[in-house]
Design a protein around this ligand. Structure first.
Ligand SMILES: C[C@](O)(CO)[C@H](O)COP(=O)(O)OP(=O)(O)OC[C@H]1O[C@@H](n2ccc(N)nc2=O)[C@H](O)[C@@H]1O
Ligand SMILES: Nc1ncnc2c1ncn2[C@@H]1O[C@H](COP(=O)(O)OP(=O)(O)OP(=O)(O)O)[C@@H](O)[C@H]1O
Length: 299
């Protein structure tokens, strides 16, 4: 018997970042939108401890030891319920690795839900969200999906209404960016500045609620974008290529280096994807739709 869970990637349609806190994290106003690029995590009983395997185009970059967020999730759940984490976790990975799309977080949330179902622990939603928050700032959102405002370091979620489909194109970069390195660069660029408290932008929330892509396009912001571009200047060429191809908005996804392009509709998304593919400014191009459902057990 095994359990498979499907988990979406995310794009941040607003990422407002405050000053570094004493614990090293930054307070955020983080508006997450889940999109239809998915990892699948399968949990199968094992007699002899915890094992992680991974397949997919980026599988070689995924750690298979206890640092994998899927392994950490299984261990955290097992420890809480006083059982051994005897399980084989297999990750079918389609979300770009180190791309700013919460791929590792998705696997953490997926493994947690899969092990919960496999072991019949019957943990409450609140317990699962608490374990997720202990694994990483993006992990609770990977469980919940849809759209949500994350405050604190991004782990405290309020679900948001989404009134229609948003069509996206994602350009994958030739190399990854480390999330801590991007936050450090944010701190360096902002040294000496008095940063305001990050707050959610009502225009972003209204555009999401109405399903209005044109309104969302003028409202999207990402405070980490200057830091990501500073560490990876070639991303400006990708952004320019997508804008020239007719994207309503072009931005770095989260901490990057994946770049995200908002399109009017599915057809326009496919046209923009074609232009980006031919532009030579990225490694690969994907299209996706949001909002996508959060971590879901597959039959
Ligand atoms: C950039 C985003 O992806 C936007 O959704 C997230 O803020 C990052 O979420 P994540 O990858 O789950 O991050 P975590 O694993 O919690 O933290 C990794 C590192 O990123 C930095 N970090 C993360 C979140 C946050 N609010 N402030 C931070 O400064 C810290 O250096 C931290 O050590
Ligand atoms: N299951 C996993 N899948 C991918 N990377 C993982 C996983 N578990 C741990 N990692 C480690 O985390 C690093 C960041 O990978 P990940 O794909 O989660 O980045 P990301 O999508 O940029 O994250 P985020 O958007 O949440 O900041 C990887 O380089 C890898 O070393």
């Amino acid at each position: 018997m095994s359990v498979t869970v499907r988990v979406p990637a995310k794009v941040n349609v607003q990422l407002a970042v405050g000053a570094a806190r004493p614990d090293g994290f930054h307070d955020l106003a983080n508006v997450f939108l889940a999109v239809s690029l998915y990892d699948e995590v399968t949990a199968t009983p094992a007699a002899d401890g915890l094992r992680v395997t991974c397949e997919g185009p980026d599988a070689g970059q995924v750690p298979l030891d206890r640092t994998n967020l899927a392994a950490r999730a299984a261990e955290a759940l097992a420890a809480r319920y006083g059982r051994a984490p005897d399980v084989h976790l297999h990750i079918a990975k389609d979300i770009p690795v180190a791309g700013g799309m919460a791929g590792g977080s998705a696997d953490g949330a997926g493994a947690l839900l899969a092990c919960d179902a496999l072991w019949g622990t019957g943990a409450s939603r609140e317990e699962l969200l608490e374990i997720c928050a202990g694994l990483g700032s993006d992990v609770p959102f990977s469980l919940v999906g849809g759209a949500a405002l994350g405050t604190g370091r991004g782990e405290r979620l309020a679900e948001l209404e989404v009134g229609g489909d948003f069509h996206w194109v994602f350009a994958l970069a030739a190399r990854g960016l480390s999330t801590p390195a991007v936050f450090r660069e944010f701190d360096r660029l902002g040294e000496g500045l008095d940063l305001p408290e990050p707050v959610a932008d009502q225009a972003v929330l209204d555009a999401l609620a109405k399903g209005d892509a044109a309104a969302l396009a003028v409202a999207v912001t990402n405070d980490l974008q200057p830091a990501a571009l500073s560490l990876f200047p070639e991303l400006s060429d990708t952004l320019a290529a997508g804008r020239a191809a007719g994207a309503l908005a072009a931005l770095v996804s989260g901490s990057g280096p994946t770049t995200a392009f908002l399109a009017t509709d599915a057809r326009s998304a496919s046209d923009i994807a074609g232009v980006l593919r031919a532009s030579g400014t990225c490694r690969d191009v994907r299209t996706a739709v949001g909002a996508a459902a959060g971590a879901t057990v597959l039959d």
